[in-house]
Write a protein that binds this ligand. Structure first.
Ligand code: COA
Length: 629
């Protein structure tokens, strides 16, 4: 998460980052590399015994003694000298020596491209921006024009390789993801998808796509001299698009992209059999990014407004509303509603949240500037409307996709909690890590709701390493459980509770340190498993054990995505009976987005948000009382 990283490091340097050859299966376009990228260290393979010991430790709060004893036995066998563990570790170390990053291709495949679940809601996050002050079409067009100009300004930094290198804990970070987010698109495949990046090809695109009333347009955003269109020019072009897409009875071809990947893969092959359709699809895929001009949504109370906008960003609200006004495979889609709602959704395979929110921060800064730019007087051509020939079979696929989307929309509960009582300054004033403090509040909220703790995943950056993506911090620890149990225990004094909170946050901070330095357990275990799948005929028992399944069933799937902009990212839960929780800790308040599936009787996003708010307030009271005493 970039903004967090920016804040954490608070230092940037104008060093030219490089464009690296992108790992397979992202289609490789360029092999240019620059000094910064080349100087990044390779992701290490942690010592086997260290990971195994830490894995056993992570099971302690989650499984019973009997299971623990069984797993200990399996672990002993796995770690026998000259045994299967050592063999897998050696194989993994060999791979690490031979590749730029032993994990990145495997991660890309297993986390994203092999997944057959719909990208909408299941993997693509949304970002909710604060409500803007426009209430009509002109305002919407004006805002969209400025936003497009802002993204082009950001693109200029990428093209001229003047993007500031980010730092975390004083170490420079891999900037590769920034080169993957523009001009790229996911393509469905029969078993595995790919991501196509057109940014560095022979003829990089000069157009964006705009979608309004389900109709897609190609909007060329550069003048013939190569200068980007000015805000006024873009505004005029958007007006033309708007005026030629007033009919609302068009087939929402874009909704096909929201389907299960196998279903969409088949429908895709069928769709692009027709030459016109194929050209239209290619134009969308190749475009720099997409702008969705959304139809107004039904009015809701102020309290519900942010929940509705988060849902709009995640899935568009259903086939009657804006779900067809998307191309969910497109890496970057900015969404602007007539009622002042705005944000974006992005396809996750290409990048993590941090580069996306960094881009958002840049665009927001750009839009605040009131620069007068002289607009060339040359008349611009009409943006090209993309045509689709809808055969009865395609129509059937669209109908199926609509039904599926409407089921998904009913399935997801999204709650945005603007916690306004304090922000990250408060835990810091008590010498506690803000991120660890929030994670402990989540632990407390969950424990109070269920009288038990659950496996919890927090994303951590691996961008200190070349082509690094993410690791996981297992936030539920023996120490976090001791704190949550003590919190409502009348036999414990406030001093004891505060000491347990401090200890739990310290342990969390240590785990964070290990994770960002490539020493956590999750990806190492994945690597050993992948080697086992490639090298052995059967998986070692340690990976088929109940403890393994239980501890990787992340009921709380969480991430901090901090930014300068007062926004919040949102994503769906990882498991059917779990929650997705994303948060943006600002100085004096914290934005949370909590999701859960409605079909699961045990989960309730509103209830967890309420417990979270209470947990944060109680933890503040506790620290204040102890300080006073
Ligand atoms: N006392 C006072 N201050 C403290 C402290 C303490 N005990 N512990 C930490 N702090 C400070 C830190 O130094 C830091 O200060 P800075 O911003 O001036 O550098 C600040 O508090 C925030 O630190 P903390 O809250 O501990 O965590 P973090 O901001 O480093 O974030 C992660 C932790 C795990 C979120 C971050 O390392 C990370 O990996 N982010 C990427 C997540 C990601 O990729 N998500 C993908 C989503 S798709």
């Amino acid at each position: 998460m970039l903004c967090v990283l920016t804040r954490t490091a608070a230092r940037t340097a104008l060093v030219k980052p490089c464009r690296l050859p992108t790992p397979v299966p992202v289609v490789q376009i360029s092999d240019r590399s620059l000094v910064h990228q080349e100087s990044l260290p390779k992701l290490p393979v942690p010592p086997l015994k260290q990971t195994c010991a830490r894995y056993m430790g992570s099971l302690e709060p989650l499984i019973c003694e009997e299971e623990m004893a069984h797993t200990q036995q399996l672990m002993k066998e796995f770690l026998q000298p000259g045994g299967v563990g050592e063999r897998l570790q050696k194989s993994l170390e060999r791979r690490a020596r031979k590749t730029e990053n032993w994990l990145s291709d495997w991660w890309m495949q297993s986390a994203y491209l092999d997944s057959r679940m719909p990208v909408a809601m299941y993997t693509s996050p949304g970002v909710v921006l604060p409500k803007m002050h426009f209430q009509d079409r002109q305002g919407q067009m004006r805002f969209a024009a400025k936003l497009i100009a802002g993204v082009l300004d950001f693109k200029n930094m990428i093209d001229s390789e003047t993007l500031p290198v980010e730092y975390l804990g004083g170490k420079p970070l891999c900037m590769d993801q920034y080169y993957q987010v523009l001009s790229s698109c996911r393509i469905p495949g029969p078993k595995r998808d790919t991501v196509m990046n057109h940014a560095i090809g022979k003829s990089p695109p000069t157009h964006i796509t705009v979608v309004h009333n389900f109709q897609f347009f190609v909007l060329d955003v550069y003048n013939s001299d190569g200068s980007p269109l000015t805000v006024d020019q873009i505004y005029v072009q958007l007006e033309k698009i708007w005026n030629t897409s007033l009919q609302t009875n068009k087939e929402p071809v874009g909704i096909l992209t929201s389907n299960h990947r196998n279903t969409w893969g088949k429908a895709y092959n069928n769709l692009i059999k027709d030459k016109t359709n194929k050209d239209s699809v290619r134009a969308i895929q190749k475009s720099i990014f997409t702008v969705c001009l959304d139809a107004p949504k039904p009015r809701v109370s102020d309290e519900m407004y942010h929940n509705k906008v988060a849902a709009q960003m995640l899935h568009g609200g259903g086939s009657r509303w804006n779900s067809g006004n998307r191309w969910f495979d497109k890496t970057l889609q900015f969404i602007i509603g007539e009622d002042g709602s705005c944000g974006l959704t992005y396809e996750h395979a290409a990048a993590e949240g941090p580069p996306i929110v960094f881009l958002v921060d840049h665009v927001v800064d750009y839009m605040r500037r009131n620069e007068m730019v002289r607009t060339p007087m040359i008349p611009l051509p009409m943006p090209l409307k993309l045509r689709f020939n809808i055969t009865p079979e395609i129509k059937k696929d669209i109908e199926k996709a609509k039904q599926n989307m409407n089921i998904m929309v009913h399935e997801l509960d999204v709650r945005v909690l603007n916690f306004s009582h304090y922000g990250r300054k408060f835990p810091r004033s008590h010498k506690l890590s803000p991120d660890a403090f929030i994670q402990m509040a989540l632990q407390l909220a969950y424990y109070r709701m269920y009288q038990m703790c659950c496996p919890t995943y927090e994303s951590a950056s691996l961008r200190m390493f070349k082509l690094g993506r993410t690791e996981a911090i297992r936030s539920t620890t023996t120490e976090s459980l001791q704190f949550t149990q003590a919190m409502d225990d009348p036999s414990k004094t406030n001093g004891e509770k505060a000491a347990l909170l401090e200890k739990a946050t310290k342990v969390h901070r240590e785990h964070t340190h290990m994770a960002i330095h490539g020493q956590a357990i999750e990806r190492h275990i994945l690597g050993l498993k992948m080697v086992a799948i490639e090298d052995l005929t059967s998986l070692p028992e340690i990976f088929m054990d109940t403890s393994f399944a239980v501890s990787s069933h992340f009921n709380l799937f969480t991430s901090q995505v901090g930014s300068k902009t007062d926004c919040v990212m949102c994503f769906g839960p990882m498991v059917p009976d779990g929650y997705g929780v994303c948060y943006n800790p600002m100085d004096d308040h914290i934005n949370f987005a909590v999701t859960a599936f409605n079909s699961c009787e045990e989960t309730n996003a509103t209830k967890l948000s309420k417990f979270l708010e209470d947990a944060l307030l109680d933890m503040k009271t506790l620290l204040e009382q102890v300080s006073k005493a």
